[in-house]
Design a protein around this ligand. Structure first.
Ligand SMILES: *[C@@H]1O[C@H](CO)[C@@H](O)[C@H](O)[C@H]1NC(C)=O
Ligand SMILES: *[C@@H]1O[C@H](CO)[C@@H](O)[C@H](O)[C@H]1NC(C)=O
Ligand SMILES: *[C@@H]1O[C@H](CO)[C@@H](O)[C@H](O)[C@H]1NC(C)=O
Length: 812
């Protein structure tokens, strides 16, 4: 029995050894193929590798059991495909092969033996196929003469030394992860100028260089009909139409590619050979909304600092929720009958390009309305007030763009009974918040910020910001529909950013279950979920937040979380990744050593003054970053001591930012009744119908900074005998204001936490109280911005020496 098992073990070992030897020998990939040989889809080591190992050529998986014969970079983190033979016709994962036939043809065959793709070299003297160091796959005869090359058939990418010429056209992919040909083209036009064009299912438009300018105004020339452009080894691009640009990291030895991305932008990328990630070193359009067609028919592109957003017009919804190119469809019908009552709704700073029925000059607004009303075809018109007054009647709405730089209004024709119930235009901040909510019946709202004894049902709120826009549209929806359904354009530029934030990744549920020892050690719990401590395989300590059930549709969740994952500031808790598997939605954060501020401020082991000031400043910096600086401006919506964590050095780190984004979309109405924000820290406008701006965070910050001074929860309620309930905060503010007004010399000593025992800086306290009081102003216009708070605190940061009983010489 035992001898038998020994024999079988040793024979198994023998077989394994043979197998290993074989696979080792077969993994030494050649860079060429002889006539009569082939590459098989089933063996993923069956590749051609260029001599310097930069490029590989073989079968690339583009979907379940779907493969394309491709060339890719071997050293990029994820295989970056630069060429595909059969992007629109993938072959089966079984039995497909690419062969160099005896007659010289290079042929891709599917599982059934049918030819999917072939070169036109059938009757030539081709001897071998070789993948060159520059990424060019060539077929050569015995003398080394090139008879066919992949460089002549670009897909969406141009490599150095691969010229784009008269007959060639680069076409973007369809979308993220979808390699088939999409709608954006890069090519030499008939006038010898290199252009970008959107060539979509129902319209096509040129969009680069600027179509409103002449060729010369765009710095191009149309007279040279050579039509050739090429990128060189140093990162310089030179074209016969005088277009010329350089990579920002100009120089030799860097691997580059020029790609027309599926968001329609043309970008030059450089590979970081250490990390395998790509960096954008040039791009054609700095404003993504200038890409025509990006949001489809009836869609509007809203320019935000970095990522464009697509929205549907009011009264419209996405035709295909997974694809913006399909645009939006109306939820109403215009019948063209005399009896239907129509109205126009104005949208400032919004323009639709093309599809004009007619253009009229020097007509009044009413005249244009009448004209559009009468014309059954007319869907809307643009009205320009600056310069020559013109109205453009539109038969279709394409290439919509909203940006503060647009000097045109769009008047949308709608049936009278479609309600654009409320939209409020704000002038006071440069943030745009799109809030979608339902009216909350609020009564008994006191002059502070409380609806006494009434349970408020809050709506979810999600704020995002638009570009430098001065004007904000806040669309409050009522009932069953809302105005601007906002979705991400899953833009390729995100891939660029993703490439820069390498640590952010997807975790599997099993991995997180293991890391947290089956969710054993609970760190805390809140409205959004329970947090557990864990340790990853690479020994990083993490905090895992398990979100409640069925948070989001997977796609939306992924997109939002990736945006949050890009936010990076020392005073914000870093998100390292997430897990989204079936029902599970988990967020993985860095673990912050110390406890949250509430546990260290309101307890026996209270914080010293230096630490309190550090917390006040760091928290302000983190919020200022969220409000003013990060990629996509974010409003926290729930600032409170519980969400401020302290590290080993008592540096504060704000947690839970961006979560307001996750609650938002893909929900039906019933799930909207959760509270965002915490009683006692919530700004008064939450209870009214006012739109939510970054000033809600400023309010909450004000409560926190005053709590840092006083050392108690000001968000509590107190009951004075027989009197009304009053918030501790209101009373505190009232008392402090009175003391300051009556110029009581000892007001600071009266308001500060007595536990500090005199060890504090009076200057800093005075400043913090001043800031705190202005932050909790009921009129949000009177509240300062986080930026100015940071400035004010930093101005008194150096007052680090603190009055102590034994060091009276440094009294401040
Ligand atoms: C046209 O462009 C080509 C390629 O850039 C250049 O070599 C040639 O000199 C140009 N011709 C003229 C007349 O400028
Ligand atoms: C990356 O490229 C630079 C520039 O050519 C080279 O000096 C360096 O050795 C490369 N690093 C790696 C890890 O290949
Ligand atoms: C915004 O500005 C416009 C005109 O400048 C004004 O009519 C409107 O009342 C302002 N709105 C607010 C909320 O201040």
């Amino acid at each position: 029995m035992s001898s038998q098992s020994v024999t079988s073990t040793s024979s198994t070992l023998f077989l394994v050894a043979i197998f290993v030897c074989f696979s080792l020998s077969s993994s030494r990939n050649p860079n060429f193929m002889q006539k009569g040989s082939s590459l098989s889809v089933e063996d993923n080591s069956d590749l051609l590798i260029s001599a310097d190992n930069t490029f590989a050529c073989g079968f690339y998986s583009v979907g379940e059991n779907a493969y394309c014969f491709s060339i890719w970079f071997t050293n990029s983190k994820e295989k970056t495909v630069v060429w595909m033979a059969n992007r629109d016709k993938p072959v089966n994962g079984k039995g497909s092969r690419v062969s160099l036939l005896r007659d010289g043809a290079f042929v891709l065959t599917d599982v059934d033996g049918s030819t999917t793709w072939e070169t036109n070299t059938g009757t030539t003297d081709v001897q071998k196929a070789e993948l060159l160091d520059n990424g060019n796959l060539v077929l050569m005869d015995s003398s080394g003469k090139i008879l066919w090359q992949s460089f002549d058939f670009p897909t969406d990418t141009l490599l150095p030394h691969q010229p784009i010429t008269r007959s060639k056209k680069m076409i973007s992919r369809l979308g993220r992860g979808n390699y088939s040909a999409g709608y954006f083209n890069f090519y030499f036009d008939n006038d010898n100028v290199l252009r970008l064009m959107y060539d979509g299912p129902d319209t096509s438009t040129l969009y680069w260089p600027d179509v409103d300018n002449t060729v010369t105004q765009n710095g191009r020339t149309g007279y040279n009909n050579t039509r050739i452009a090429v990128l060189d080894d140093m990162g310089r691009f030179l074209s016969s139409d005088s277009l010329q640009f350089n990579a920002s990291d100009l120089g030799f030895g860097i691997k580059r590619r020029l790609t027309i991305d599926y968001d329609g932008n043309l970008r030059l990328y450089s590979l970081n050979n250490g990390t395998g990630l790509w960096t954008i070193t040039w791009e054609a359009l700095l404003q993504p909304c200038l890409v025509r067609g990006i949001c489809g028919r009836n869609g509007i592109c809203i320019s935000t600092p970095k990522l464009p957003r697509c929205s549907c017009l009011p009264g419209y919804e996405m035709t295909d929720p997974s694809n913006w190119n399909a645009g939006c469809k109306p939820r109403f019908s215009i019948t063209c009958s005399q009896s239907q009552q129509l109205k126009f709704v104005e949208f400032q700073h919004m323009n639709f390009y093309g599809n004009d029925i007619n253009i009229y000059s020097n007509k009044t607004l009413d005249w244009c309305k009448k004209k559009c009303k009468e014309d059954c075809q007319c869907q809307a018109f643009n009205y320009r007030l600056t310069g020559e007054v013109k109205c453009h009647l539109k038969a279709a709405l394409f290439n919509g763009c909203k940006s503060s730089t647009v000097k045109v209004s769009t008047y949308l024709k709608l049936p009278l009974n479609i309600e654009i119930s409320e939209y409020i235009i704000l002038n006071d901040t440069n943030l745009t918040c799109s809030s979608r909510g339902y009216k909350v019946p609020v009564t008994g709202f006191s002059s502070t910020y409380m609806a006494r004894g009434k349970k408020l049902r809050w709506v979810y709120l999600y704020c995002f910001a638009s570009a430098v826009g001065v004007i904000e549209f806040i669309f409050l929806a009522s009932g069953w529909w809302f105005l601007f359904r906002r979705h991400d354009v899953l833009v390729a530029v995100e891939e660029g950013y993703r490439a820069l934030t390498s640590q952010f990744r997807t975790f599997s549920y099993t991995e997180l279950k293991k890391a947290t020892k089956s969710f054993k050690e609970e760190l805390g719990r809140g409205a959004s979920g329970v947090v557990f401590k864990g340790v990853l395989a690479d020994e990083r300590v993490i905090a895992v937040k398990k979100l409640g059930d069925a948070y989001q549709m997977e796609e939306v969740f992924r997109a939002e979380v990736s945006t949050i994952g890009k936010i990076n500031h020392m005073n914000l808790v870093r998100m390292w990744g997430f897990c989204s598997e079936s029902k599970h939605r988990l967020l993985v954060y860095e673990y912050v050593e110390n406890k949250s501020l509430d546990k260290l401020l309101f307890s026996e082991n209270f914080l010293g003054w230096k630490e309190r000031f550090k917390v006040a400043l760091g928290t302000a910096k983190g919020l200022a970053y969220l409000h003013h600086e990060c990629l996509e401006w974010v409003i926290h919506c729930d600032v409170k001591p519980e969400n401020i964590l302290l590290d080993g050095e008592f540096e504060p780190k704000i947690s839970d930012f961006g979560l307001s984004k996750l609650f938002q979309k893909g929900f039906n109405n019933s799930k909207f009744s959760r509270i965002r924000g915490t009683k006692g820290y919530m700004a008064p406008e939450w209870a009214s119908n006012l739109p939510i701006t970054a000033k809600v965070d400023v309010y909450s910050y004000g409560v926190v900074i005053l709590e840092l001074v006083k050392g108690i929860r000001l968000s509590n309620w107190v009951v004075e005998d027989g009197e009304d309930q009053e918030a501790e905060l209101t009373r505190f503010v009232r008392v402090v204001k009175r003391k300051i007004q009556s110029e009581e010399a000892t007001w600071i000593e009266d308001v500060v936490d007595t536990r500090l025992n005199g060890q504090f800086s009076r200057t800093q306290i005075a400043k913090m109280v001043e800031i705190g009081i202005s932050c909790v102003e009921e009129d949000r216009n009177k509240r300062p911005t986080m930026d100015s708070i940071v400035q004010a605190l930093m101005a008194c940061e150096d007052v680090s020496r603190i009055r102590t009983p034994d060091n009276l010489s440094v009294i401040i």
